[in-house]
Design a protein around this ligand. Sequence first.
Ligand code: HGY
Ligand code: MN
Ligand code: MN
Length: 410
Amino acid sequence: MYNETLEWIENALDSLHETGKMGSLHWRATYTEEDHKALKLLERWMREKNLEVFYDDIGNLFGKIEGEQDKIVLTGSHRDTVKNGGKYDGALGIICAIAAAGALYEEFGKPKKSVEVVAFCEEEGSRFLSGYLGSRYFVGQLSDDILLERDANGITLTEAIRHAGFSGKRAQKSLQMQKVERFIELHIEQGGVLEQSGEQVGLVTSIVGLLIGKITIDGHQNHAGTTPMHLRKDPVTRAAQFITEMNQWAMAYNEAVTCTFGEIQVFPNKSNVIPGSVSLSFDIRSTSPAILQEARMRIKNLQQQEDGFRYTLEFAAPNAPAQMDEDGLKLLEEAAKKLHLSYRKMHSGAGHDAEMVAQNIKTNMIFVPSVGGISHSPLEYSKMDDIGHGYLLLKEFLREIAWGHEEEKA
Ligand code: HGY
Ligand code: MN
Ligand code: MN
């Protein structure tokens, strides 16, 4: 039975990955043709496992097993990927949740509490700046500003939601959310700690907070050959200077902060033209709100400088650092011991829907090792043995909470 389940998970991962193939590139952004193909597959698998399929008003997909009580245990992850991403980020948590919920229903019948598997939309923010859209919506934090964010083609989030056939209506703190007792997300670690330490699974204790956004620097476009160096206002050299300053700032904090400028666009991007403007993304992470605030001020200070450049700043909606639920962590520890799985309590340097949901709901995460610690890359890979351990732990957690005697402390 277990081996069949692992085979099902492996095949599902391959099939879901296929939906994101765009020629030589892989990218499954939300409200796209690729996303639609993935949703049809996920709906089919949910129905095959006796889950009742439904969507909320912005297109989060749910598969439900009705319980005796009107309470919900939520599990799942995000269905979108980064551009040129891997097979496991997000997809693994949804597929293992469908498999676990389906297996438990087959083995134990109707649960005490309903179980819902969710495939959240646009967690990566690879199409719309703020990202974590599905989980933000779920906890009533999808703001008007976010709905007006535009993708690279100038389409607003609202337009994309409507075009995909959803109303985008926002039920603040949706009724469904108020019934949710717990959220558990299985995810790849996306780092190398587990692989180096040798534990089989990771039990997440906290998730990093994020400060993300975009800076556009306007300078003076001019001729690359006839403009003396001291007369230039070249935004690329100004951007390079700022990136270097911010990297030195981050290095001084050692492991407490990460700082990445992953997306840089130069205009007009021609070798014999001193650029007119440059736009660069920033992605700064820390569990310390003070460090994130300091980074925000450093970026804002750009606009105070009288240096002949024009700075335009865009800040994505905030992602506060999140603490995982202590009781859930204890339950995961007990379950790991019962399953004879070695485990490590650990922090997550990656952002997750779990950090959004944790703002309102008791939340926990399980990590499985990433080979070489690689993620957000076509080289992302996790071994089926390791995936199986994560699956068994997720299944035992769900059994305890939704089917078992584990009564929630008020
Ligand atoms: O960026 C992250 O950490 C997540 O994958 N969205
Ligand atoms: Mn990711
Ligand atoms: Mn992810």
